[in-house]
Design a binder for this molecule. Structure first.
Ligand code: DGY
Length: 419
């Protein structure tokens, strides 16, 4: 264990570019939103000021409308595509024009609750709190302007689960980009572990679409050819909003914007069952443009327990399903259920295990009293890092490490949860 702790700390230090941590060198040479938040959880265990700095640098890239972008291009790099020129970034800190699952609120609450230096942590939360509230309000206002209770995502990259089978149909309806490009990811990672060209063609069409419409939120909301209610984003946002209210209480902050967040929380709670499929007894994503549920079981549906969105009966059902799911492969939890026809054990978000997702799922089950399920997830994650080290993701059949190696969020989750 001591050697693994040392290695995890060294991984974060080696990926530190001065105030922010790259997920891994080469493949992802910038600051990613949810990677950074998760990585701060790792820094917290050996350098609290550095953990808070990670969050501060992330918010330094916040747009005036409140959005915290999915990638901040703090410096140039030739090892990544598509870079800031393709995105058409016109901000002080160059960035993409979409966001990523807002796990940062939950991370900040954890960092305050467990801080060694409470006064320092409190001062950091105080100075970041207003920006954090703006970020959540951005999600609600811009991604759910009709007050349905369920925000939409405009891009698979926004979900962080890029090529999840949950949006195969929705993505298929997006046109392909009509210019040639050279992918850089395939220079770092075996193509069998990455998305297909047919997906990249559509990812890039959407990037062009946002640029063409000058990031105008109204036009994009009305015309975007891809709109998905992603159960992962919805759950992480919901949990984060509740954590914001708790932080507000701790800080004794009275702010009308917190009332809006409370209203949005209630709205989501009243809408969530439209994503519950009674036949399958599972939470799915919805293609908003065709109003159809994407009926493939991905682990994102389990995040409803972490969010507190599943009711008592649903929690029991999800726990039984998790048990069966976890038995269906050597290691758990596969990001797509191993019995789905679309399951691919080594292709990015179509089957591999991601440690930060397991951590959130386990946290949810543990808090609700399903300790066995939480323990199984944790034990398997520990076995994976013992076997393969700090890879980006893992093959659930063999435990083989896939994608980028010496990966920040995997090392961070090891420090935070496993070691
Ligand atoms: C990539 O480039 O693969 C990233 O997942 C985009 O966020």
């Amino acid at each position: 264990t001591a050697a693994l702790i040392k290695k995890a700390q060294e991984t974060l230090v080696a990926n530190d570019l001065g105030g922010y941590t790259v997920p891994t060198h080469g493949l992802y040479p910038f600051q990613w939103n949810w990677d950074s938040a998760i990585t701060a959880l790792g820094w917290k265990h050996f350098d609290e000021p550095r953990a808070w700095q990670e969050i501060e640098v992330l918010f330094d890239g916040q747009w005036d409308n409140g959005m915290v972008p999915h990638i901040l291009f703090h410096q140039d790099s030739t090892t990544y595509f598509p870079g800031p020129d393709i995105w058409g970034s016109d901000k002080r800190v160059k960035s993409t024009s979409i966001s990523q699952p807002p796990v940062v609120a939950t991370v900040m609450k954890d960092m305050l609750d467990t801080a060694d230096d409470k006064a320092f942590a409190l001062s950091k939360v105080e100075s970041l709190f207003s920006s954090l509230v703006d970020y959540h309000l951005w999600w609600y206002k811009e991604r759910d302007p009709l007050n349905t209770g369920l925000v939409v995502s405009y891009h698979p990259w926004e979900s962080g689960m890029d090529n999840s089978p949950a949006w195969d149909e929705a993505l298929h309806d997006v046109p392909c980009v009509d210019w040639e490009y050279e992918r850089r990811d395939l220079g770092h990672v075996n193509s069998a572990q990455r998305p297909h060209k047919s997906e990249y063609d559509r990812f890039l069409f959407l990037v062009d679409f946002f640029k063409k419409h000058k990031f105008d939120s109204e036009v994009i909301f009305n015309e975007c050819p891809y709109k998905v209610n992603d159960i992962g984003i919805i759950s992480i946002l919901h949990r984060g909003s509740k954590d914001i209210l708790a932080l507000g209480e701790t800080l004794g902050i009275k702010d009308e914007r917190l009332d809006i967040i409370a209203q949005r929380i209630a709205l989501t709670e009243s809408a969530i069952n439209t994503l519950w499929c009674p036949e399958a007894e599972y939470f799915y994503c919805r293609n908003v443009l065709t109003d159809t549920l994407c009926k493939v079981r991905t682990s994102a549906g389990m995040l409803t327990v972490f969010a507190g969105l599943a009711d008592a009966k649903q929690k029991d059902i999800l726990n039984s399903k998790a048990k069966q799911w976890n038995e269906a492969s050597q290691y758990c939890m596969a990001s797509t259920h191993p019995e789905e026809s679309r399951y691919e054990p080594q292709r990015y978000w179509r089957g591999p295990i991601w440690l930060h997702i397991n951590w959130m799922i386990a946290l949810g089950f543990e808090a609700e009293g399903y300790q066995q399920t939480a323990d199984k997830l944790r034990n398997d994650c520990r076995a994976l890092v013992d076997l393969s080290g700090y890879y980006e993701y893992f093959n659930p059949e063999t435990g083989e490490g896939c994608g980028g190696k010496d990966f920040s969020w995997t090392a961070a989750i090891a420090l935070h949860w496993l070691l």
